[in-house]
Design a protein around this ligand. Structure first.
Ligand SMILES: Nc1ncnc2c1ncn2[C@@H]1O[C@H](COP(=O)(O)OP(=O)(O)OP(=O)(O)O)[C@@H](O)[C@H]1O
Length: 258
């Protein structure tokens, strides 16, 4: 196998089902060309890490996937559906299959942990119907992140790492098939960051979710990724496993591991 996949080709290491496929994605803001033909495949059950320098367009790419930003051109298929063609209602329905853990995925400060977790269930009644007793779902989601005892606490009573885990539980309660993580360890101390990374790994194993993880954190990429894509100059510049990329002689690739 090549150390680095041929640049800017849509490639993947697994033969599993594809859950997200991005082809030739382009997006500019005035003269700022952010994405210049980005390609990506996320396979079922894999942890794909996308790394790129600050301002390289990682968040723009994720926002295009969930329909928050309209790309200029290209195709984004999520579980076989072309995002760009979906109506608002269809997009909302598809979003119940996608969990997000964004940098600012804050909890509602005025609600208890339980109420925070119940919120998405109420919002997506269509998927779940009216649930008489949400307790078992809330308890299971909290148990998955090791925080059963916090059910009646307020967010202000939790540490930063605990808040991040509750936010993850709130995502899990919708039983997403795909989880998008945008900088899941940012702002956390190294030990707490490690706990979150291991938790993400456990969750992937328990629920067989497919995860797209945007991170600057090389350690996070090493522990969690099955495969990585380096986003440089708006394209998928290099792809491979952590080990393959680490061994690369390409200067732009080496720069990520310094
Ligand atoms: N809504 C917007 N309007 C104009 N420019 C934008 C908008 N959103 C993003 N950009 C620009 O697109 C570029 C990429 O931004 P993006 O947030 O995707 O970077 P990033 O790779 O996620 O960076 P970081 O790692 O710092 O979060 C930046 O130059 C940013 O200023």
């Amino acid at each position: 196998m090549m150390t680095i996949k041929e640049k800017n080709k849509n490639t993947s290491t697994s033969t599993g089902n594809v859950v997200i496929e991005i082809k030739d994605l382009r997006k500019k803001f005035d003269s700022n060309h952010v994405l210049n033909g980005f390609n990506m495949v996320l396979n079922e059950g894999e942890n794909l890490v996308v790394m790129g320098k600050s301002g390289s367009g990682k968040s723009v790419m994720v926002k295009c996937i969930v329909g928050l930003i309209q790309p200029d051109s290209g195709s984004i298929q999520v579980m076989g559906k072309e995002i760009i063609n979906l109506s608002r209602e269809q997009l909302d329905e598809l979003r119940t299959e996608i969990g997000f853990l964004f940098q600012g995925s804050a909890l509602y400060d005025s609600m208890t942990v339980r109420e925070n977790l119940e919120f998405p269930l109420r919002r997506h009644k269509k998927k779940f119907g009216i649930i008489e007793d949400t307790t078992p779902l809330v308890e299971e989601a909290l148990e998955s992140v090791g925080l059963s005892h916090t059910i009646n606490l307020m967010p202000s009573e939790l540490s930063g790492g605990m808040k991040r885990r509750v936010a993850l539980a709130r995502t899990l309660i919708l039983r997403p098939k795909i989880i998008l993580y945008d900088e899941p360890t940012s702002g956390l101390d190294p030990i707490t960051a490690k706990e979150i990374i291991l938790l993400m790994k456990n969750i992937q194993e328990k629920y067989n979710t497919s995860s797209l993880i945007i991170t600057h954190d090389v350690d996070c990429a090493r522990v969690i990724s099955n495969r990585m894509i380096l986003l440089v100059n708006g394209i998928n510049y290099a792809e491979g496993t952590y080990k393959e990329l680490l061994a690369s002689g390409d200067l732009q690739v080496k720069a990520f591991f310094k």
